[in-house]
Design a protein. Structure first.
Length: 102
C-alpha cells in the first residue's frame, strides 16, 4: 500500500504526465542494498527502492518536502536525493508529515 502511495505522490507532485513540461517517473528494476549507523552497536542493513524523477527545476523543493513525508511514512530518519549529480541527505522530522491517501 505504501509503495503505491509513493508512486501516486510522485506523479501528483510532478504534475502527472500532462505537462506543459513532461515529468518522467520510473522505478529502477534492481533494489538498492544499504545500511546506516544509528549510533548503536550494529549497523542496520536494509533494501531500498530507487526512483528517477525528471521534473522542472522549479519543483525540486516540492520534491524535497514530499521525500520527507515519504521518509516518515516508511519510518526513515533520512532520505537520499540526487539533483544534478549532487547528493543530499534530507533529514526527516515528525513535523514534515506523512503520505496521505488521496
Amino acid at each position: 500500500m505504501l509503495w503505491r502511495l509513493l508512486q501516486d505522490a510522485l506523479l501528483a507532485e510532478g504534475g502527472g504526465l500532462t505537462g506543459p513540461e513532461e515529468v518522467i517517473v520510473y522505478r529502477h528494476r534492481s533494489d538498492v542494498r544499504g545500511g546506516w549507523d544509528p549510533g548503536e552497536a550494529a549497523t542496520v542493513e536494509d533494501v531500498s527502492r530507487r526512483y528517477t524523477v525528471a521534473l522542472p527545476t522549479a519543483r525540486v523543493d516540492r520534491l524535497r518536502a514530499l521525500l520527507r513525508r515519504v521518509g516518515n511514512s516508511f519510518d526513515q530518519r533520512a532520505m537520499h536525493l540526487e539533483v544534478g549529480g549532487f547528493a543530499e541527505l534530507l533529514t526527516v522530522q515528525e513535523e514534515d508529515g506523512w503520505l496521505e491517501i488521496g
